[in-house]
Design a protein around this ligand. Structure first.
Ligand SMILES: C[S@@+](CC[C@H](N)C(=O)[O-])C[C@H]1O[C@@H](n2cnc3c(N)ncnc32)[C@H](O)[C@@H]1O
Length: 215
């Protein structure tokens, strides 16, 4: 991988780490309390592609879990088999955590995220459901189905976090997710976002956090 590309990716991930902390803010106390009592914290990364963010997400959950021992597990799903193979090769498997007792595990599956209900093996009630660079513009109907399925996987006190490349696409996704039963907690513009060649497009330009509306 060329050095410039590698360093761009690494800097994007450092910025994503900061954005996750910023958007979560004090809100995640509920999640934290829940995680402290659980043996395992689980994150579902939808439309994860090669899942460059795997370590950022497992670190984020491990931080929320605090000193409580226990495992962190990430499940990534994408419709593209080649990307999933790469994700599995790079991040798949289980390893011990360095700082406290417990393991960190990543697994990846090829599948259509608009039909998550058909993947019983996923289970329910994720502590965090994540979508990086949701792609609402590339098929609003499919992405509304994906958002709907994603909300269905958010546990009580769990959170959904999305990031977007574009202003308008983010706005449309916020509207759709709220219509489908998400309660917007906060959305943040990433002031350090890295611009891409396409006009108005940049990496993790916006990050938003939701919970499921009750009732
Ligand atoms: C803009 S890319 C983002 C990929 C990755 N999250 C990232 O930030 O690099 C959108 C991703 O959505 C995936 N995707 C599109 N439709 C999907 C579907 N129905 N089920 C699962 N993944 C889908 C694509 O394969 C692609 O990897």
């Amino acid at each position: 991988m060329p050095n410039k590309f590698k360093s761009d990716l690494e800097e994007d991930l450092s910025r994503l780490r900061r954005m996750l902390r910023k958007v979560a803010g004090d809100d995640v106390e509920e999640v934290r309390r829940r995680l402290a009592k659980q043996d395992e914290a689980r994150v579902l990364d939808i439309a994860c592609g090669e899942c460059n963010e795997a370590e950022v997400l497992t670190d984020f959950l491990a931080d929320l879990k605090g000193d409580a021992p226990g495992n962190v597990k990430l499940t990534g799903i994408d419709v593209r088999a080649r990307e999933i193979e790469n994700a599995q090769r790079r991040f798949g498997g289980k390893r011990e955590q360095m700082v406290r007792p417990g393991s960190r595990e990543c697994e990846f599956m090829t599948g259509d995220a608009s039909k998550l209900d058909g993947h019983g093996e996923l289970g329910e009630e994720f502590d965090l459901v994540f979508m990086r660079h949701q792609n609402y513009w590339n098929g609003a109907k499919t992405w509304e189905e994906i958002f709907d399925q994603a909300l269905g996987k958010v546990g009580d006190d769990g959170r959904l976090i999305i990031t977007s490349y574009f202003d308008k696409e983010h706005e449309l996704a916020l509207e759709a997710i709220q219509r489908l039963g998400g309660e917007l907690i906060r959305t943040e513009f990433n002031a350090e976002t890295r611009k891409l060649i396409t006009d108005g497009k940049s990496v993790d330009r916006h990050v938003a956090i939701f919970k499921r509306k009750k009732g």
